[in-house]
Design a protein around this ligand. Sequence first.
Ligand code: HEC
Ligand code: HEC
Length: 312
Amino acid sequence: MTLTVAISCNSNNKKPVDNSQPIAESLGDEGFDIIKQNCIQCHANNNTFTKMIAPPLAAVKEHYLENVDNEVDFVKNMSDFLVSPNIMNSRMPNAVEKFGIMPTLGYDRNQYEAIARYIYNAELEKPDWLEKHEAESKSNMIKNSDPSNIDFLKEGKNIALSTKSILGKNLLNAIQTKGTPSALEFCNTRAIPLTDSMAVALNANIKRVSDKNRNPNNAANEEELKYIAKVKTEVANGENPSPKAIESGDKVIAYYPIMTNKMCLQCHGNTNDDISVETQSSIKKLYPHDLATGYKENELRGIWVVTMDRKE
Ligand code: HEC
Ligand code: HEC
């Protein structure tokens, strides 16, 4: 069923693509880097029989091309959705019905615009677009990298966001195939390996903690609670919560907020209506001291804590 939708959407409205320039140089790499790290996990172009978690990116592109004839509108429509994924902004209501709404990812609008511009201009229709650009982008990275000049706040964010996207993929997949009560064990980062080259180079370590933790191992320490309090104040004042990095011996520790969206409420929302009776009883069994319920959308659920080596 999904497959048919994706394929039929693929076949119309092909946009002529200018092949004369390599994509990496003409577009800049920020959009591509994010897509590779954080979109492809769910939006893979898989024509195998493995379970689909989301429509392939090429199918998404075709849908967004259906009602626009220029890059500016394309970028605007897609960024509107990515900043705030909800059914009102959706151009693919059938996909929302089939897969559940896409989780919010936590980039800023400029980054979403870079991603959308990349999607508009890239040849996603070609099966090897990812591999091709990856090779180009890697050689650029090696050329441009300067170890004395690492932006830890940015690298930590990349690590947190790509962990988040793998977590989101596992969670959506489990909810779709097993149902929410059995998906509980998939909201857990401990099994997610950090394989990204920068994460390995920085000897990075990541965890999630909360002031209202479900797993007793995820309780925030004093320093983390200070950051949580700061973010809560920012959110209450209507500001964008900001990340923070501190130096600690030969390490840098970076903190990033984790906000709730609608998807989270089936396990972290109100016990009277959001969380089903079955899910509640599984939670009680696994986590007798659970504190992580009663959340609404767009609240601070916890934080990412990324620890990185300071030496190059
Ligand atoms: C955790 C899995 C997951 C990740 C990661 C993910 N998506 Fe999605 N995305 C989905 C699902 C599921 C849908 C289909 C449901 C929907 O439309 O919301 C979707 C739909 C979309 C849509 C169509 C939305 C609509 O309904 O109009 C766009 C555009 C999109 N994704 C872009 C992206 C981009 C760009 C990234 C990376 C920055 C990304 N996605 C990362 C799961 C994911
Ligand atoms: C299927 C149920 C389920 C869903 C959906 C879910 N969670 Fe969880 N969440 C859990 C469970 C179970 C744990 C405890 C995991 C562990 O043992 O480490 C948890 C733990 C966490 C933690 C670590 C701190 C703590 O309380 O132990 C954070 C942060 C978190 N979830 C955020 C989210 C966010 C944000 C969403 C939505 C994007 C979400 N969760 C969706 C079940 C869920």
